[in-house]
Structure formats: structure tokens, C-alpha cells
Design a protein around this ligand. Structure first.
Ligand SMILES: CC(C)(COP(=O)(O)OP(=O)(O)OC[C@H]1O[C@@H](n2cnc3c(N)ncnc32)[C@H](O)[C@@H]1OP(=O)(O)O)[C@@H](O)C(=O)NCCC(=O)NCCS
Length: 228
């Protein structure tokens, strides 16, 4: 019963994240993210029973059919959704809590070659945009949004929006008041300061120019006067 409830929750997650989904049959038969998730259920169960070889084989068949590679050791919560799927890679020690959505090309990758926790942990309600790379044993807080194409290499606090390469927090939502605080971009601020300095220097140079010209014109004649 728990299994059926959990599979139903996966189908519901598709409707929550994909406006293109029409009915449960469609989700059941033509959503690769759903298929990859169900392959992983079986592979992960066998992995926990310490059965050799077969978990990796099931994971490989799932990858062959869907283009989504989920290591059997990865822990995945309820209501998990992968849209389109192709190119998604989820490493062995990744942990994904409930209601997480990943788009195509997302990597939850490791940085260490040691057999230890080396992949990201994603909190509840996290959304990771297409092509984003989350690297290392970092923690992504609850309700975080990761922008498409971002490369996130450090942990991200809850309710944040992180974008860019390397990933930078640009917004933090306050869930109590439902307000958004935009954070300043330090690189942009430095560029603006530089622009102001260049403008000030240009002004100073312009003020100096007529004097320089007068001095330059006057000096030969002055010299001539002196020579006479
Ligand atoms: C990150 C994301 C969730 C942000 O959505 P949001 O909360 O509505 O935030 P905003 O659109 O207000 O963006 C906030 C800031 O981040 C910037 N930003 C948003 N997405 C970005 C991205 N992928 N890369 C770089 N900057 C991005 C915006 O320009 C904005 O900057 P500004 O405040 O200087 O104008 C969204 O932009 C995104 O990338 N979603 C993934 C969608 C996806 O992968 N779809 C695939 C479907 S197949």
C-alpha cells in the first residue's frame, strides 16, 4: 500500500510541475522521468538488501531507456519529478528530500574520489533548472530554486534563488510574509564603481586640456622672448 501511495505521489508531482501533462495514463506510459524513478525504486531496494550487480544492471537499463542515470545508492524522497530527463545524472551519495523537481541535463555530481559522502543533499521543494550542475557534498536548503545553467559548488540557504557560474544567491524569499529580498551583485557593483571612476577621470582630464594647450602654445614664444 505504501508503495502504491508513493507511486501515486510521483504521478501527482508530474501534474504539479508540468502543465503539459494531461492524464495519469499519459504520465505512466510516456514520462521518462517517471520511468527512471520507478527503476530506481527497485534498484535502491536491492542495493539496500546488499544484492550485488543487479542494482547497477537495473540502473543501467533505466539509463538506456530514459537517458537518466540514477545510482542505486542515491536516496530519493516522495513526489520526485524529472522533466524531459535526458542527461540527468544523480550520484551515489546524493540525497533528495520530498517534492524535488529536476529538469533535463542536471548533474548531482561528486568532487572527491574517496568512498565517502561526496554528492549534494537537496532539501524539500527544491527546483533545479535545466543544465544546472551541483557539485560536491553541498547542502541545498528547503525551497531553493537553482537557475538553468548554474554551477553550484557551495551550500545554499533555504528559500534562496541561486543563479550563474559559479552559483550566487540573488534572492531570498521570506515564506512568512511571502516577500522577496533581492541581494546585490558584488561584481556588478564593482563595475558600476569603476564606471563612475572612469567618468570622473575623463572630466578631470577634460578640465586640464585647455590649460595644457595654452601652456604648450605659450612656451615657445616665451622661450623666444627670453632668447632675445
Ligand atoms: C532561477 C529561476 C527559477 C528564477 O525564477 P524567479 O524566482 O522567478 O526569479 P527571477 O526570474 O526574478 O530572477 C531573479 C534574478 O536572477 C536572474 N536569473 C534568473 N534565471 C537565471 C539563470 N538561469 N541564469 C542567470 N541569471 C538568472 C534574473 O535575471 C534576475 O536577475 P535581476 O534581479 O538582476 O533581474 C528561473 O529563472 C530558472 O532558471 N528556472 C529554470 C527553468 C527551466 O530550467 N526550465 C526548463 C524547462 S524544460
Amino acid at each position: 500500500m505504501k508503495l502504491i501511495r508513493s507511486i501515486r505521489r510521483d504521478i501527482q508531482a508530474v501534474f504539479e510541475h508540468d502543465p503539459a501533462a494531461r492524464n495519469a495514463w499519459e504520465v505512466f506510459f510516456v514520462y521518462p522521468g517517471f520511468h527512471a524513478r520507478q527503476c530506481h525504486r527497485l534498484a535502491h531496494t536491492l542495493w539496500n538488501w546488499r544484492i550485488p550487480f543487479f542494482p547497477r544492471l537495473i540502473s543501467h537499463i533505466g539509463r538506456f531507456l530514459t537517458g537518466i542515470e540514477i545510482h542505486p545508492g542515491a536516496k530519493i524522497g516522495e513526489g520526485f519529478f524529472i522533466d524531459h530527463g535526458m542527461g540527468v545524472v544523480i550520484g551515489e551519495t546524493s540525497e533528495i528530500r520530498d517534492n524535488v523537481a529536476l529538469y533535463q541535463g542536471v548533474t548531482l555530481g561528486g568532487t572527491s574520489l574517496l568512498k565517502k559522502k561526496r554528492h549534494p543533499t537537496l532539501g524539500n521543494n527544491v527546483v533545479v533548472g535545466a543544465g544546472a550542475k551541483l557539485i560536491g557534498a553541498i547542502t541545498i536548503g528547503d525551497n531553493v530554486k537553482v537557475g538553468a545553467g548554474s554551477v553550484v559548488i557551495t551550500s545554499v540557504p533555504a528559500n534562496a534563488t541561486v543563479v550563474g557560474v559559479p552559483g550566487r544567491v540573488v534572492e531570498i524569499r521570506n515564506p512568512d510574509t511571502d516577500t522577496v529580498e533581492k541581494l546585490p551583485d558584488p561584481v556588478w557593483e564593482k563595475l558600476e564603481n569603476l564606471e563612475k571612476k572612469v567618468a570622473a577621470l575623463e572630466r578631470a582630464l577634460r578640465d586640464m586640456r585647455p590649460k595644457a594647450k595654452t601652456t604648450a602654445k605659450r612656451s615657445p614664444s616665451e622661450k623666444t622672448d627670453e632668447s632675445i
